[in-house]
Design a binder for this molecule. Structure first.
Ligand code: ADP
Ligand code: ZN
Length: 607
């Protein structure tokens, strides 16, 4: 059998997947050819398969370097559940785990060995590996090698030397960071020769993109969560205490919400993460400390209570939703304070001017995405140098955000900035524009300038929105020495002088129509998957069985079967093991382990 037939056969028999996802087949082909390979694909697109399958096809060892211990353990668990011999070496292992891993390594029994970069360099592992004779080194999250990337890990710099020490063995790298600079850095630092590079589309069509200017964040978020009641999701917050307050607020509203941040003690964090992983329908209200090691395929929504730090972080964070390919929803709240906060953070960093410029540009890209009057997906993909048509499904495409020729509004706001000496913040400027004289405005004589009251026809909120949009569009910059103050940029001058028009968004958004009343909460989440009521009820029963099995085995629910598998079972109602075998995600190993249990649950539920 040639490789591509064998690859497909193993995809079906081991993983229970019918077909490759876009890009996988070509990348696996290149990996099997033996040369260096760099694959850049979005989160959730199935990168791991591109090194897992080759190891199974060749029946040889692949050493996988991965930066996150939690993730390695997860992957080992998943591989073992599929019957693939896998182990991990990392600082969290106890000595029994280490012994078992080394034994398996010596016996040549392993197909996948997951190691942290630190561990790879430590005491004699290279010598042990040389004896084991691995086929290749697969480097996950390869962008960690680049200091331009957002998670630079200095130890990654040694990986090339390790490959050299192992006789120049094949290196294959994977990352979801597409940034041109980072890419060039990976090619230069990880590989001895230029790798064959695959840049796969960054589109994640199953993820819906929604943004909203922060207005009443609690209400905005609770409306969003209501639409996804009973589903698993993450709400990212900019600050630790905010995670706890919001989690308590969501809990009051009847959601299973847990707070997670790096300031909690180890046990509390582990408990929150375990609940999120193992149970169905837990909402993690977390700082960005959460999610790095969480490889849960059935996260149905990600919300940002505060604006992320850059377009890369944004994409990585929302990318944690919908890895199973089923519909997932996102909502990002943003505000002027967020923008000023991140700008100041970048300015305060002790970094080279070039890197500061890069970081500002990455933040600007996100700010522009927040304020864009064009399709979100198109704008986002354009950042990754991909061209696409309007998606038809984001908030802009669905017409939830009205735009207008904002040149006159912009000119008034810019003129207020100019005439008050380019040093005041949004609230002050909005007061000037609406003609609300406060003490400091009077003291500064700004109640006598021409712009005072020039915007009295609009609310203060409209004016702070206009100023925020001008800031995001690069027409205003932070005034150098004034906290929260703005100055005109060249672009701002061009708009003020009428040389350049600008589209602005109307701020009073119509609330998005509620999609359905919250009936039984579990069924509500099930109908999210597009099932009718009867199938949805069956799905609830299947999930209950899955949770019982997961608890009994002490593993995450999705390790038993992903949502998509249960949904298909609910729809197709297989009557026998062989019919069940045809369902997505059901490989031989899992069929033997859980087949009977789910057929039984199905029968009980359909009675
Ligand atoms: P990435 O590393 O690119 O973020 P993963 O490798 O974790 O993504 O894959 C995401 C999910 O997609 C996993 O649950 C994986 O089992 C699943 N998957 C991978 N390849 C396929 C495929 N060909 N068909 C269906 N599901 C797949
Ligand atoms: Zn769109």
């Amino acid at each position: 059998m040639n490789h591509s037939h064998r690859a497909r056969a193993l995809l079906q028999s081991v993983f229970g997947y019918e077909d490759f996802r876009p890009g996988q087949a070509e990348i696996i082909g290149a990996v099997l050819d033996g040369g260096p390979v760099l694959a850049i694909m979005p989160t959730g697109s199935g990168k791991s398969m591109c090194y897992q399958l080759p190891a199974l096809i060749e029946e040889k060892l692949t050493v996988v370097v991965s930066p996150l211990i939690a993730l390695m353990r997860d992957q080992v668990g998943q591989m073992r559940a599929l019957g693939v011999p896998a182990a991990t070496l990392n600082s969290a292992n106890d000595s029994a785990e280490n012994d078992a891993a080394f034994r398996a390594l010596r016996e040549g029994a392993l197909r996948l060995l997951f190691v942290s970069p630190e561990r790879l360099m430590m005491d004699g592992l290279v010598a042990t590996l040389r004896r084991a004779g691995p086929q290749r080194l697969a480097v996950d999250e390869a962008h960690c090698i680049s200091q331009w990337g957002h998670d630079f890990r200095p130890e990654y710099r040694q990986i090339g030397a390790v490959a050299e020490a192992l006789g120049g063995l094949q290196v294959v790298g994977f990352t979801a960071t597409a940034d041109r600079q980072t890419r060039a850095d990976i090619v230069e630092k990880l590989f001895a020769a230029p790798p064959q590079t695959f840049l796969h589309s960054f589109d994640r069509p199953n993820i819906e993109l929604n943004f909203a200017a922060k207005d009443q964040p609690r209400r905005q978020l609770s409306r969003f969560l209501e639409r996804h009641r009973g589903a698993s999701g993450v709400v990212y917050c900019g600050a630790r205490e905010r995670t706890e307050k919001l989690a308590a607020f969501f809990a009051e509203q009847g959601h299973e919400a847990v707070a997670y941040h790096a300031g909690l003690d180890q046990r509390a964090r582990a408990r929150a993460q375990d609940r999120f992983l193992q149970e169905d329908g837990v909402v993690a209200v977390a700082t960005i400390a959460f999610g790095m090691g969480v490889n849960k395929p059935d996260v149905r929504f990600v919300a940002h209570a505060d604006m992320p730090s850059s377009i890369e972080s944004y994409y990585q964070e929302i990318g944690r939703a919908g890895r199973d390919g089923l519909p997932a929803d996102t909502l990002t709240l943003y505000g002027l304070e967020d923008m000023a906060f991140w700008r100041q953070r970048i300015d305060a960093k002790d970094i080279a001017p070039e890197q500061r410029r890069v970081e500002h540009a990455r933040f600007s890209a996100l700010a522009m995405l927040c304020e864009t009057p064009a399709c979100r997906r198109q704008t986002l993909l354009a950042y990754f140098e991909e061209q696409s048509a309007p998606c038809g499904r984001c908030d802009i495409c669905r017409g939830q955000v009205a735009t207008y020729d904002g040149s006159v509004h912009a000119q008034k706001a810019l003129s207020a900035v100019w005439r008050t000496g380019q040093r005041f913040g949004a609230h002050y400027l909005a007061d000037v524009l609406t003609g609300a004289a406060n003490d400091s405005i009077r003291r500064n004589g700004h109640d006598r300038i021409k712009t005072f009251g020039a915007g009295a026809g609009e609310t203060k909120q409209v004016w702070t929105g206009v100023i925020r949009q001008l800031f995001a569009a690069g027409a205003l910059a932070s005034a150098s020495n004034e906290h929260g103050g703005f100055a005109l940029t060249e672009k701002g001058e061009a708009i003020l002088l009428g040389r350049e028009p600008i589209q602005l968004r109307a701020e009073q958004l119509a609330p998005r129509a509620e999609r359905r009343p919250a009936s039984g909460r579990r069924v509500a989440a099930a109908t999210d998957a597009g099932l009718d009521e009867a199938d949805a009820a069956v799905l609830v029963a299947l999930k209950r069985r899955r949770l019982a099995l997961a608890r009994a085995e002490g593993v995450a629910a999705f390790m038993i079967f992903p949502d998509r598998t249960l949904i298909e079972i609910a729809e197709k109602r297989p009557a026998s093991l062989s019919q069940l075998r045809a369902v997505h995600g059901v490989g031989e190993r899992k069929l033997a382990a859980y087949g009977e249990a789910f057929l039984e649950a199905l029968e009980e539920a359909s009675r």
